[in-house]
Write a protein that binds this ligand. Structure first.
Ligand SMILES: [Ca+2]
Length: 103
């Protein structure tokens, strides 16, 4: 029984991950105010925000809110921002609560 639960959990996780990875964020939210780390402007800092940065940096160069993507407030968006976002999600590390305006 546990084996089937594990398989179902793995399949559900895989489907969720694929939906996040292959979603096409168009940056078309208009102007909004959010906090550093909330790249997609949905009001929460979650794994999807780091995934959006990965897509921007290495996959398709998609348009994202660069001010929100600069998680560590270093002035540039790079791999450290991906790691900072993931450390927040998985380890609860604090991201500076910095209000940003995205266009
Ligand atoms: Ca940064």
């Amino acid at each position: 029984m546990r084996k089937w639960l594990l398989i179902v959990a793995l399949v559900a996780g895989f489907v969720l991950l694929c939906s996040l990875l292959f979603s096409q964020y168009d940056g078309g939210y208009g102007s909004y105010t959010t906090v550093s780390g909330d790249v997609n402007g949905d009001g929460a800092i979650c794994m999807d925000d780091s995934i959006q940065i990965i897509w921007h940096l290495w996959i398709d160069g998609r348009t994202i809110c660069l001010d929100a993507a600069d998680v560590d407030r270093s002035g540039v968006v790079d791999v450290n921002d991906v790691i900072g976002g993931l450390r927040h999600v998985f380890y609860g590390e604090v991201i500076p609560d910095c209000p940003v305006t995205c266009n």
